[in-house]
Design a protein around this ligand. Structure first.
Ligand SMILES: Nc1nc2c(ncn2[C@@H]2O[C@H](COP(=O)(O)OP(=O)(O)OP(=O)(O)O)[C@@H](O)[C@H]2O)c(=O)[nH]1
Length: 522
């Protein structure tokens, strides 16, 4: 009988690994870990998106506030200029009535100009465009301004409102200036000339320079027709540019006088977050724009710490899942090994149990099994009323056989006899056992006495035909023979049944011996 070595045999690794991978515990850990990672990623994505939205909202708020304050500042600047022009207009109207005095008006202009820092100059041209008075010193001679747009505008337009024109280069100083002009009515009620105030572009350049803005952020003052008056920090070549293609003029100003949004600047094509405002009094527009790329960089810089911490958290979760999985796999493997060990031990136990029922020399059922089976057979007989027969078989003169051929040969002889008896045709219910020493027994359930007798005689004959030499003076046949005693009972279900059958079979065997051996007795 083979007993497997349970301590050295290992299960094949592949199916075991697959079984562990498919186990509910490992799957649950994967699902839990996956959900945890998804949750962390989702929360992080949400928090990043919230902080980005906040950043955009802040930029929009700052841009709109800045453009509102600049619109107000521009309005004040132009209002002061308008007041100055109106004062001059009043003065001029009364002088025209009394006969215009250019030198006196120039003095007044110089005085007014000195009060307003934004002013580049004040001028009065007569109906033909000739310079009559100016705050400039000395008064240029021989210049005619009738070709200027603002002059043409007032000559053709009788309205008394202030006109703000696109930036021009001053003919007296060469500076970039914004012309603010008014029509002067002649004594007869016709066109009497133009009063002009020029505002220095440098005034806005200087003023906008106060604000802390990035190199790509813009602050732009425009006319309502989208002509640039000044754009910080762009070079002067951008002054006068028409921005009508911008989203600001195409969409935003159509809906509201103030607001915010994101679009690509018509100035340089860069995407910015804009705020804009249009003053009530003058046809001006101010827009402040923050460069989106710079904002993204700034935002990313501010989130580096958070993102790093979250990545560390994610890495921690992954490591934790890894260790939990490893631990779970180890536990499952130990569990599998323990289960296998238990199964192996059960097999070994069963083997040992069956070994306890087998005779080591002959391989037949041993005395223990014989006792159990005889008891069981008699119990069954007591229930169904069928007879049970027992053959007790003893080797004749076996002491002498041992003495003559030695114990080793004696053992071999017993093995051959056992083999012969077990190979005799038997019914499946019959049991051949080694009863002890040189004694054998055959239990024949559901067997009548005459049939048992026949089996016994066949056994005696089978041994005889083995012709195992037994050459001593006491053994007449000169070969190994056996004697058999045969007994049959129908059990009563009482304890004594076993003893009774054994005693009868023993007595029969005794008789077989007594009557010369090598025979059967009932
Ligand atoms: N070799 C061997 N001898 C055994 C074994 N068991 C019992 N014997 C021997 O069998 C012999 C039985 O002898 P006895 O009971 O005197 O009977 P016998 O010599 O066979 O004489 P009868 O039974 O009267 O014919 C003893 O010498 C035992 O030592 C065994 O397993 N192996």
């Amino acid at each position: 009988m083979e007993i497997r070595n349970v301590f050295t045999q290992k299960p094949s690794a592949q199916p075991e690994a697959e079984r562990i991978a498919r186990s509910p515990l490992v799957r649950s850990i994967w699902i839990f870990g996956g959900l945890l990672i998804v949750a962390v990623l989702t929360i992080n994505a949400w928090s990043l998106s919230q902080s980005w939205q906040r950043m955009i909202r802040n930029a929009e708020d700052t841009a709109i506030n800045l453009s509102l304050s600049q619109a107000r500042q521009a309005e004040d600047t132009f209002l002061q200029t308008e007041i100055t022009l109106r004062e001059l207009q009043r003065d001029l109207q009364s002088n025209i009535a009394a006969g215009a005095q250019g030198s006196r008006l120039s003095l007044t202009m110089r005085d007014l100009k000195s009060r307003l820092p934004q002013l580049h100059g004040l001028f009065f041209y007569d109906a033909s465009g000739k310079w009559i008075a100016t705050s400039a010193q000395p008064v240029p001679v021989g210049i005619n301004n009738s070709d200027r747009d603002y002059f043409v505008y007032h000559r053709n337009n009788p309205r008394n409102s202030v006109h703000i024109g696109p930036v021009i280069r001053s003919r007296s100083t060469g500076e970039l200036v914004i012309p603010v002009s008014m029509r002067v009515t002649s004594a007869g009620g016709g066109f009497g000339g133009v009063l002009l105030a020029t505002i220095k572009v440098d005034y806005f350049r200087h003023y906008y320079g106060y604000y802390e803005m990035g190199n790509s952020d813009v602050l732009v003052l425009m006319l309502a027709d989208s002509t640039v008056l000044y754009a910080r920090p762009m070079p002067d070549s951008y002054i006068g540019k028409n921005l009508s293609s911008s989203c600001l003029f195409r969409e935003m100003l159509m809906k509201s006088d103030r607001g915010s949004g994101q679009w690509s600047a018509a100035l340089d094509g860069k995407k910015r977050i804009f705020g804009f405002a249009r003053p009530e009094r003058y046809p001006l527009v101010v827009a402040a724009g923050y460069d989106k790329q710079s904002l993204i960089k700034q935002w990313m810089k501010s989130r580096v710490q958070d993102v790093t911490l979250n990545l560390a958290l994610l890495a921690g979760i992954l490591i934790m899942i890894f260790f939990i999985l490893r631990q779970a796999r180890m536990n499952l493997r130990y569990q599998a090994e323990l289960t296998q060990l238990r199964d192996e031990l059960t097999i070994v136990n069963n083997s040992l149990k069956s070994m306890a029922m087998i005779d080591g020399l002959t391989g037949l059922a041993n005395r223990r099994q014989f006792d159990l089976y005889l008891h069981e057979s008699l119990m069954r007989s007591a229930v169904n009323g069928e007879p049970v027969s027992l053959l007790m078989i003893d080797v004749d003169y076996f002491k002498r056989y041992n003495d003559t051929y030695g114990h080793t040969n004696g053992d071999e002889c017993l093995r051959r006899l056992g083999d012969t008896l077990s190979k005799m045709p038997h019914r499946s219910a019959d049991l051949v056992a080694r009863y002890g020493g040189e004694e054998f027994a055959i239990i024949l359930p559901n067997t009548q006495q005459k049939d048992a007798l026949r089996v016994a005689m066949r056994a005696v004959e089978a041994v005889r035909s083995l012709s195992i030499s037994h050459q001593t003076t006491d053994v007449p046949a000169g070969i190994v023979t056996i004697s058999a005693g045969c007994a049959t009972i129908t059990a009563s279900g009482k304890e004594k049944d076993v003893q009774q059958l054994l005693t009868h079979a023993d007595a029969a065997l005794y008789r077989a011996k007594h009557h010369g051996r090598n025979r059967v007795a009932l």
